[in-house]
Design a protein around this ligand. Structure first.
Ligand code: MMA
Ligand code: CA
Length: 415
């Protein structure tokens, strides 16, 4: 960019460095120097012209024409001076005339010069104005440039700051880049392994796909089979229902047959018992004949009441001992047994289950002592005596029934 700034020396005057700065200024700004010189010259010339014009006008006023002036002077001289004076005046006049002519020439020259200088001055004034305009433009340009420079300086400072930041960021980015490079390398390695794994998985996937296809085929076959089996199942279900109905009918028939069988078995057993009765002294199987009675010894132990119920279920009752001889028969039994003797209804009023009062007394010495609510009697084969004990206790028991010498009635459910 072309342009100029006013030197500081022109803004502030410093006599010490004046000459040196003037030379520098002339070197650096020739146009301005020329303009100043021309201005000075112009002023000088104008002053000369004005002075010269003053003289001329003065001469012209005082002597409108040389001849008129000389006549005037001669009249005056003629009246006041002598010849010597006249001559002297003539010489002087000659000289003055000469001078006047020379002055006229000079004046003409000066007028010419003045014209030239006026032209020159006009030109210089124009040039100066141009320079002034140019100068003003240049000052404007300079101010703009100054502003621009300030802006650029600000921008530069800003850019410097940015540059600093960017340098910092660059360093950070470099570090980050190094880290990322390392990470990338690691990821590269990882990627390799993963690719390997992917290949393996692809192989596995292929195998699985094949297996799946096989399984699909198998599944289809199985579906078909299942469908067939479903059909078979339906048929079988129908068959089963039919069989169930048939089974129900058969079960019912079987139940009826079972009933018939039971009755027949019962009849057979009764017939068998009849056979035994006729064979075993008129007593049922498991019963022992003695005198005119049959005796049953239980294998289990029960309370007095439960024992009596069992005897009754067998069509008999707990044994009623009517004689010493009968007592001796029962003394052969293995163990202590309930007998049909009790005082449950009234304490110490002992009586037999057939309602008969106790006549024969075969109590162990000191008994019955009712040691703790003892209302039922037991026979102890060891001591061959009786003892009263609580009825709830469990003992074997002895039943007694009459012998059946006649043919018993055979019950049958068969109709
Ligand atoms: C004793 C005696 C009896 C009683 C029983 C009960 C062994 O005999 O006191 O009178 O009935 O005990 O176990
Ligand atoms: Ca007792």
């Amino acid at each position: 960019m072309m342009g100029f700034e006013l030197d500081d020396s022109l803004k502030t005057y410093n006599p010490g460095k004046e000459s040196h700065r003037t030379v520098l200024w002339l070197k650096e700004r020739p146009f301005r120097a020329a303009a100043v010189c021309l201005g000075v010259l112009c002023v000088v010339l104008l002053t000369g012209i004005i002075i010269a014009a003053g003289h001329h006008n003065h001469a012209a006023v005082e002597q409108p024409t040389p001849s008129c002036n000389l006549i005037g002077e001669q009249v005056q001289l003629g009246t006041r001076c002598n010849l010597t004076d006249l001559r002297r005046e003539q010489t002087r006049n000659k000289n003055v005339t000469k001078e006047r002519d020379q002055l006229r020439i000079t004046c003409t020259n000066l007028i010419q010069e003045q014209g030239q200088l006026q032209t020159s001055c006009k030109n210089l004034t124009e040039e100066r104005d141009k320079f002034k305009t140019s100068n003003m433009q240049l000052i404007q340009e300079r101010d703009q440039l100054q502003t621009s420079t300030n802006n650029i300086t600000q921008e530069r400072d800003h850019l410097l700051t940015i540059n600093k930041c960017l340098t910092k960021e660059g360093f950070q980015l470099k570090t980050s880049n190094n880290n990322l490079t390392q990470e990338r390398d690691l990821l590269g390695t990882s990627n390799k392994y993963l690719n390997k794994e992917i290949n393996q998985l692809q192989t596995i996937n292929n195998n699985l796909t094949q297996e799946r296809d096989l399984l699909q085929t198998s599944n289809n076959n199985l579906s078909e089979e299942m469908y067939q089996l479903q059909t078979i199942n339906n048929n079988l279900t129908q068959e089963r229902d039919l069989l169930q109905t048939s089974n129900k009918n058969l079960t019912e028939a079987m139940s009826q047959l079972q009933t018939i069988n039971n009755n027949v078995t019962l009849e057979r057993d009764q017939l068998k018992e009849l056979q035994r009765l006729s064979d075993g002294g008129g007593c049922l199987a498991g019963w022992q004949p003695h005198g005119g009675s049959c005796y049953f010894l239980s294998a289990e132990k029960k309370s007095w009441m439960a024992s009596r119920q069992d005897c009754q279920d067998r069509g008999s009752d707990l044994v009623v001992i009517n004689s010493k001889e009968e007592q001796n028969f029962i003394n052969n039994f293995c163990c202590a047994v309930w007998i049909g003797l009790h005082d449950r209804e009234s304490e110490s009023k002992w009586k037999w289950v057939d309602g008969s009062p106790m006549k024969l007394s075969l109590w162990n010495p000191g008994e019955p002592n009712n040691a703790g609510n003892e209302d039922c009697a037991e026979l102890i084969p060891k001591s061959k005596t009786w003892n009263d004990v609580p009825c709830s206790w469990e003992r074997h028991w002895a039943c007694k029934s009459v012998k059946r010498n006649s043919q018993p009635e055979i019950k049958t459910s068969m109709t």
